[in-house]
Design a protein around this ligand. Structure first.
Ligand SMILES: [Zn+2]
Length: 344
């Protein structure tokens, strides 16, 4: 993986771009039709991020820009009355964020209300429906802001050729869905209200690329325009297993370890030891020159998560690379990230 990628992995400047994407969503897992609950996690994030931004800027002598990917899709439309509800309800707060250089992107989950069963179905198996949700989202964003969004991320790290073609034809510039190295996952397991199979990302590039036309799995280094796919920072994460899976493995005689590994994104609110290990793998073993970090707005309601964020940011601010070239992080939007890496 990676050898055939013509894009450079070293940045053109003396910084390591760090993209923090905050999925800006309702707090609960389940939305009740017509119940317009405010997004408390987002509200709580604002003073926290204001302090964090100041703290980072004091250390780095560079502006700190974040990406807020806001849920604007049919589920929000049906629950809150309009898909662009959050853009309007939080207009003042989002304007303040844009004012300091943050980007407001799109976040889309393809939930559909199944009236006969009285439940939401997150329907990835129906690509027409996924595409319709994206079209609704882009139109609602334009309605709210009078311009196109630049960046999109779809729930569950979903992407397909038809999604890529659609997003490109609509004029968006950046996609944040690919988790390089992650094998295909069946969505329908313990959760019943979801369909589809997560894409197999095992052979995907792990640096930003413009995909070949009709083959989003591979880079086309000659393309001068079109969508950038920014692969998310990801690596093996150790995870403690529950008692039942361990017992099952023991009875089958297959147990070797109390932990197992899975490919995970880099979560800023993750346990500091896990966060550090993954950062080291990415920057030192894989020699990658940028980081993407993910958060969800409801995590700001959790004190432990807030502590982890502070510890993890402190780690980044004091990061000492194993190798000679010393670089500072710079918290960047997607367009700043590809520019800093020397791609544009
Ligand atoms: Zn989401």
């Amino acid at each position: 993986m990676g050898e055939s990628i013509p894009y450079a992995t070293t940045p053109a400047c003396n910084y390591i771009p760090a993209l923090l994407e905050i999925h800006t969503e309702p707090d609960g897992e389940y939305l009740h039709l017509g119940q317009k609950l405010p997004w408390q996690g987002f509200e709580r994030s604002l003073p926290f991020i204001r302090h964090l931004r100041q703290h980072i800027s004091d250390h780095l002598d560079a502006p700190t820009h974040l990406l807020w990917s806001v849920r604007v899709d049919p589920q929000i439309a049906q629950t809150y009355g309009r898909a662009e509800w959050a853009l309007e309800y939080y207009n003042e707060q989002l304007s303040d964020l844009r004012q300091v250089g943050d980007e407001i992107g799109l976040h889309v989950h393809p939930y559909r209300w199944e009236a006969s069963q009285g439940l939401w179905l997150e329907d990835y198996a129906n690509s027409d429906w996924v595409d319709e949700c994206i079209q609704v989202a882009v139109a609602a964003y334009q309605q709210g802001y009078g311009c196109l969004p630049k960046t999109i991320s779809v729930g569950r790290n979903w992407i397909s050729q038809s999604t890529v073609n659609l997003v490109e034809s609509l004029g968006l510039e950046f996609d944040l869905s690919v988790i390089p190295g992650r094998p295909s996952v069946r969505f329908y397991q313990s959760e019943k209200n979801i369909t589809g199979i997560g894409p197999d990302y095992t052979d995907f590039p792990c640096v930003p690329y413009r995909p070949q036309v009709d083959n989003f799995r591979s880079a086309d280094p000659d393309r001068q325009q079109g969508l950038w796919i920014i692969p998310l920072s990801s690596g093996l994460r150790f995870q403690a297993q529950g008692v039942l899976p361990r017992l099952y493995q023991y009875l089958r005689g297959t147990q070797r370890t109390r932990n197992y590994q899975r490919i995970s994104k880099l979560y800023l609110a993750d346990r500091p030891d896990i966060f550090r290990q993954l950062v080291q793998i990415l920057l030192e073993e894989k020699s990658l020159s940028y980081l993407t970090m993910i958060m969800r707005s409801h995590q700001f309601l959790n004190n432990k998560a807030q502590q982890n964020i502070l510890a993890n940011v402190k780690y980044l601010l004091n990061y000492e690379p194993m190798y000679a070239r010393h670089q500072n992080f710079i918290f960047s939007t997607p367009s700043e990230l590809v520019t800093l890496l020397g791609y544009t």
